[in-house]
Design a protein around this ligand. Structure first.
Ligand code: KIV
Ligand code: ZN
Length: 509
């Protein structure tokens, strides 16, 4: 059995553009648990107050997976991790120190002897707080193997239960990592009593290939991220590793606890939360990963899907785009379809979801499985709607100044009292700018629009448009928002309001 250690919330989140607030991290952690990962690295507790709090909250809420917090090999880091993990059902302290000559000399100014001593001391120290201790030899792939073996042996003697081999700068090759892992298995005393883990970065585009090679050499834990997000070129992508194992069991006869049908929902959730889309040709989860455009391929697919399809969209939980329901479909059919797509909601949520479906079906003739999947996935991640769109009217054209009349319902999060807010704003730059000004006036705040991304969910002029925004408030905090509608101005307004609602929710936690 290969254990899957997900570091989307730590190594992934620390990459520029991927920051998530606390509620977003909690949503992601729940989805990772549903996906079936064995360990969730929730953050680097000492790095910031935000990181500390997310480790605390994820640790409190996650019941099946182990929750890990990263710590340098320093007492104060380990203390912070131990404190943050206090309420975890299964806590893991993850501590690391570099073992390559270049890191020891220029970054740490430490000798090999120093590193051996610190490893022993810090692993023993961490062991006082919990049973599960992971030790990482940073830059392991550029370390002298003989020295690496000594450090790993020391970590085992001091109580480490998992030894992680990071390819920190994405430098290794499949054959080289295979030999390194084999060497560790043959030369490190006690290795058979601990888990051996691999952590590959993707600087040369080899993260997944190197990870698979390490598994073949005997690694039984892999560290990876959803959509391969992470520092620089990212980390090895979970979905690619898993679908390699699943699609080629003849080459990789290994099992994991991952429910592959949760891969697409997890990838999409991360995109929705961070507003960063994967490239269209990204393996497994890219928009084109299952699209067959060429005539020859389409002909082959029609005769027999196996001609060009090595795995099915369904196996990763991607609903197909065919029409299933329309405006005359009843609630029963809708709920059945939701269940078939893997969603189960309490009655209240189903009712409001059905209302959303009905209003979508009024505007869009063909409501596809993908449309329904997106509606349902969004329902999972909504924070309270402090500001809810009631209606808007736009007057626009290429020869006039655009005006937007906006009506919102404001609900106080504490008293639950509501009031109607109305405002009209104008802009030379069109309906979205005018609408955003109207909202800014209504809530009495101004934001910098750091990012705005719009795309069509399916083909056709009646396709739903998805909008992602990143807003920066006056304190410099970034909030992500997502909106979806057949009307792209409405989708843009919904995305803006969703970012604002995220901000209000965070500020009132
Ligand atoms: O890439 C790396 O070396 C890491 C370690 C801290 C595990 O992320
Ligand atoms: Zn890393």
């Amino acid at each position: 059995m290969i254990k899957i250690f997900d570091t989307t919330l730590r190594d992934g989140e620390q990459a520029p553009g991927y920051s998530m607030n606390l509620s977003e991290k909690i949503e992601m952690a729940f989805q990772l648990e549903k996906l079936g990962v064995d360990i969730i690295e929730a953050g680097f507790a000492i790095a910031s107050k935000g990181d500390f709090n997310s480790v605390v909250e994820v640790a409190k809420l996650i019941k099946n997976a182990e929750v890990a917090s990263l710590s340098r090999a320093l007492k104060k880091d380990i203390d912070a991790s131990a404190e943050a993990l206090k309420h975890a059902a299964y806590p893991r302290i993850h501590t690391f120190i570099a073992t390559s000559d270049i890191h020891m000399k220029y970054k740490l100014q430490k000798t090999e002897q120093d590193i051996l001593e610190i490893t022993a001391e810090m692993v023993k120290y961490a062991k006082k707080f919990c049973q599960s201790i992971e030790f990482s030899a940073e830059d392991a792939t550029r370390s002298r193997p003989e020295f690496l073996y000594k450090v790993l042996e020391q970590a085992i003697k001091s109580g480490a239960t998992v030894l992680n081999i990071p390819d920190t700068v994405g430098y290794t090759s499949p054959l080289e990592i295979y030999n390194l892992i084999k060497g560790i298995k043959e030369n490190v005393r006690g290795i058979e009593n601990v888990d051996l883990s691999i952590h590959c970065h993707n600087d040369l585009g080899m993260g997944v290939a190197n990870t698979l090679s390490a598994i073949q050499a005997g690694a039984n834990q892999v560290e990876c991220t959803i959509n391969g997000i992470g520092e620089r070129a990212g980390n090895a992508a979970l979905e690619e590793i898993i679908m390699n194992l699943k699609t080629r069991p003849d080459v990789y006869p290994y099992q994991t606890n991952i429910n592959t049908q949760e891969i697409y929902p997890t990838s999409k959730l991360l995109t929705n939360l961070t507003g960063v889309k994967v490239q269209p040709n990204k393996a497994i989860v890219g928009d084109n990963a299952f699209a067959h455009e060429s005539g020859i391929h389409q002909h082959g697919m029609l005769s027999n899907k196996l001609t060009y399809e090595i795995m099915t969209p369904k196996s990763i939980g991607l609903a197909d785009k065919r029409m299933v329901l329309g405006k005359h479909s009843g609630k029963h059919a809708f709920v059945d379809r939701l269940h078939e797509l893997g969603f189960k909601f309490p009655e209240n949520d189903v009712n409001s979801l059905f209302d959303s479906f009905k209003s979508l079906a009024d505007k869009k003739k063909n409501v596809t499985d993908l449309d329904i999947q997106l509606l349902a996935m969004r329902r999972n991640v909504q924070v309270p709607q402090t500001y809810k769109l009631d209606c808007f009217v736009i007057n626009s054209g290429n020869t006039i100044t655009t005006t937007s009349s906006m009506k919102l319902i404001y609900t106080n999060l504490i008293t639950n009292e509501s009031e109607v807010l109305e405002e009209v704003a104008s802009s030379y730059y069109g309906p979205i700018d005018a609408s955003y000004h109207a909202i800014d006036h209504l809530i009495g705040k101004a934001f910098v629009l750091e990012d705005f991304l719009i795309s069509a969910v399916t083909g056709g002029t009646d396709a739903q448009g998805e909008v992602y925004v990143k807003l920066k408030n006056i304190e410099g905090n970034i909030y992500n928002g997502y909106g979806i509608s057949v009307d792209i101005v409405e989708a843009s307004i919904l995305a803006y309001l969703s970012a604002i609602n995220n901000m209000v929710f965070e500020e009132n936690r």
